[in-house]
Structures are given as structure tokens and as C-alpha cells.
Ligand binder design. Structure first.
Ligand SMILES: Nc1ncnc2c1ncn2[C@@H]1O[C@H](COP(=O)(O)OP(=O)(O)O)[C@@H](O)[C@H]1O
Ligand SMILES: [Mg+2]
Length: 378
């Protein structure tokens, strides 16, 4: 029996939950030919939403669609490699003509292609070291997109990564290539709202005012729990409304975490019985136990100040005024300044995250499972 709660890969349409309004809005921005900045907390569902948008008839029938995740990249070389690999692999099933045209456009890499002697199809075996002039190759990639036989959409996920590349002015370089383009729309996506909004909202930055901005929120509770109960029923099984509600509430509807708990409950609970509240709590416990080693090693890498601050924030769940006397005292921390240092380094390492509430910042542990694990163990 297929588990209806997908926690990896692209979700088949039947198992994709909601996002109807968001999909409609994004399709309409694309139809109006605007670039998009798509932000949300990590693991809220940006990537899945982009793929879902790509499957809409209005998009699928008109555009060539591409998607790349820059999260693992740390240099312009890698970005160029990822972009060209994505175009190559998207074009393979579209036929030789499209592929040949692409390969003939990126001349700077031509020497690195081979042809499969049996099928005659080109094989793309470009290595980082083959990219001698990433700026030139990048220009060729964009020039391909501009000349492609159909209009294109290129989603660049975790776009904030480019801010860490060692090459200077990558932002300005990209903007100068993208600005004059008519045939390709870009979806810049990412989880670091702060860095991204700075990039796109400050008048001094190259990408200023270049996109329509879209912030993805959680799926509403009624819709999510309705979806969960329906899918479990479709599989000939059941879950109590309270249990479905708890799976949502434990993680405030944060998609990846809710989905993970439901996935594991579906996989591990006796199929003969209805999944109830206790099953959800047991499933969470098991999941935290299974992550014991990895979470311990995360904690191991922290110094004392970072650790005590992370623990204090985990215990609060949502922490406000972390540098206030009251907070420092309540959690027996060293001092406001040590908390400040710890918070900034934990944010950098993406162990903490925050939301703005007016002028206050509300901090929480970024990985909600780690948050529960710390609460349980410290
Ligand atoms: N609309 C959805 N329907 C079902 N599951 C979803 C949906 N959106 C997200 N998920 C779940 O959350 C996980 C993380 O989603 P993802 O799109 O990778 O988040 P992000 O790109 O924002 O980090 C997915 O692997 C899937 O398990
Ligand atoms: Mg993503």
C-alpha cells in the first residue's frame, strides 16, 4: 500500500495537499510576465509548490520549465554547472533537436561533451574543472534561454547562496544578464527571508524592485487535517480527527514535520486500528529516538554559550526578548551579551530561525524535531 504522505522527491498530484490559491496566484503572476521572489520558512513547501505550478496546463503547455537548488553550491563555477546540468537533463526527453541547439549555444563547454557511441545522444559529463570561464558559460546559458524555441521559466531555489560566493559582484553580474531578457522568467526562491528581502528591497542592490514577492504560509488546519483523513480513508484505514489535529498542532502546520509524522504513523501503526492521539505521540517519540545520534552530534559541536542559549529557546518553544534581563535570569544564562553572540552564530548555522512580530523578533529552533529532542533531553 502506497504511503500517501510523501517526505522525499516530487509529490504525485493525488498526494499534493491544497495550495490552490497560491498556485492560482503564481500562475497569474507568470502570465503577467513578472519575475517572482518566493520565500517561506525552510520546509514549508516552496519546492513542491514550484513543481506543482509547473504542472498546471497554463504553464506546462506554454513554457519550458527548469528548476535548480543552489543550496549545496559555494561558487559561481558550481552554479554554472548546476544550471547547465538542469537544462541538459530537462531537454533529453524533449528530443535531439532541442538538445543539440542547447549544446551548440554553450560553446565554452563543447570540448567537455561526449557522444554515446551506441545511441548517438550527447553525454553531459562536465566537471567543475572544465568550467574555465564561468562568466562566459553563464552568459551562454542565458543566451540559450533567450533563444529557446519556447518561453522559459527558471526557478532558482535557495538563491541567497549567491551572497556567499567568493567571486565579487555575482549579484550585479546576474542582474545585468537577466534584465534585458524577454524569453525567460525567473522564480527566485529561498528560506532566508532576511537576506533575500534585503537583496530585493534595498534601492542600492542590483535586484531592487525586479520581482513580485510572494511569501508562503502554512496550509490552513481544516484543509490539512481534512486532506490527511481523506488520504488515510482512501487507503482503507482511519485516523481520529483529534490525532490528525494533533499532528498539525505539534508543528503549527509546518508542512514537512506534519507530513513526516503522518508518514511514520501510517507506516508503523497497526493498519487494523484507527490512528489515535497516543499513536501520534509515540510516533514522535520513536522519530526523536531514531535521530539521537545525529542530534547529539549537533549539540556536541556547540560551545557552552551556544548550547545553553539553544536549550533556553527550545524550552520556550517561541522565545521573545532573548536578551532581556528576565529571559537571561529565567534560564540562568551568563549575560545578555553572551546570548547575543550565541544567537547570531546559531542563526548563521541555521540552528535557529526567527519571525518578525512588529519590532520584536521571535526565535525558535529551526528544526522542529531537534527542538522537541532538546526539550526531552535537557
Ligand atoms: N502541498 C504539499 N502537499 C504535501 N506535502 C507537502 C506539500 N508541501 C510540502 N510538503 C511536504 O513538505 C516537505 C518539504 O517541502 P519543500 O517543498 O521541500 O519545502 P521548502 O522548499 O520550502 O524547503 C516535502 O518533502 C513534503 O513532505
Ligand atoms: Mg526547497
Amino acid at each position: 500500500m502506497t504511503n500517501p504522505f510523501y517526505i522525499t522527491g516530487i509529490i504525485p498530484e493525488t498526494y499534493f495537499c491544497d495550495r490552490e490559491k497560491e498556485t492560482q496566484q503564481l500562475v497569474s503572476i507568470i502570465e503577467n510576465r513578472a519575475h517572482i521572489l518566493l520565500t517561506s520558512a525552510r520546509r514549508m513547501g516552496k519546492t513542491q509548490l514550484v513543481y506543482h505550478v509547473y504542472k498546471q496546463p497554463a504553464i506546462k503547455d506554454t513554457f519550458r520549465t527548469f528548476y535548480v537548488d543552489l543550496y549545496p553550491t559555494t561558487s559561481l563555477h558550481e552554479m554554472v554547472l548546476f544550471l547547465s546540468k538542469e537544462i541538459y537533463s530537462t531537454l533529453i526527453p524533449k528530443g535531439k533537436k532541442a538538445l543539440k541547439f542547447f549544446l551548440s549555444t554553450i560553446k565554452s563547454l563543447t570540448g567537455s561533451f561526449g557522444y554515446d557511441p551506441v545511441t548517438g545522444t550527447p553525454s553531459f559529463d562536465v566537471k567543475l574543472g572544465d568550467i574555465h570561464d564561468p562568466k562566459l558559460t553563464l552568459q551562454e546559458i542565458f543566451s540559450y534561454l533567450e533563444k529557446a524555441d519556447k518561453p522559459c521559466i527558471f526557478a532558482i531555489d535557495e538563491f541567497q547562496q549567491i551572497a556567499n560566493y567568493p567571486e565579487k559582484n555575482v549579484e550585479a553580474l546576474l542582474r545585468s544578464y537577466i534584465q534585458p531578457m524577454n524569453n525567460c522568467l525567473f522564480i527566485f526562491a529561498g528560506s532566508n527571508r532576511h537576506i533575500l528581502e534585503n537583496m530585493f528591497n534595498s534601492a542600492a542592490r542590483p535586484f531592487y524592485n525586479s520581482t513580485e514577492q510572494f511569501h508562503l504560509e502554512r496550509i490552513p488546519k481544516e484543509i490539512y487535517t481534512g486532506f490527511a483523513m481523506q488520504k488515510i480513508n482512501d487507503a482503507g484505514r482511519s485516523i481520529t480527527p483529534e490525532a490528525a489535529g494533533l499532528a498539525y498542532d505539534l508543528f503549527e502546520g509546518h508542512t514537512y514535520y506534519v507530513h513526516h509524522i503522518l508518514h511514520n504513523a501510517f507506516a508503523n501503526i497497526d493498519p487494523q486500528k484507527a490512528i489515535d492521539v497516543k499513536d501520534i505521540l509515540d510516533t514522535l517519540d520513536d522519530l526523536l529516538d531514531a535521530r539521537e545520534r545525529s542530534f547529539s552530534s549537533t549539540m556536541n559541536k556547540l560551545n557552552f554559550k551556544q548550547k545553553e542559549t539553544l536549550i533556553a529557546i527550545a524550552k520556550e518553544g517561541k522565545a521573545v526578548g532573548v536578551t532581556s534581563v528576565a529571559f537571561v535570569k529565567k534560564h540562568a544564562l551568563r549575560s545578555a551579551s553572551s546570548v547575543q553572540y550565541a544567537v547570531s552564530t546559531l542563526l548563521e548555522d541555521q540552528l535557529l530561525t526567527y519571525e518578525d512580530e512588529g519590532r520584536r523578533k521571535i526565535y525558535s529552533v529551526a528544526d522542529r524535531f531537534l527542538g522537541y529532542w532538546i526539550k526531552k533531553n535537557y
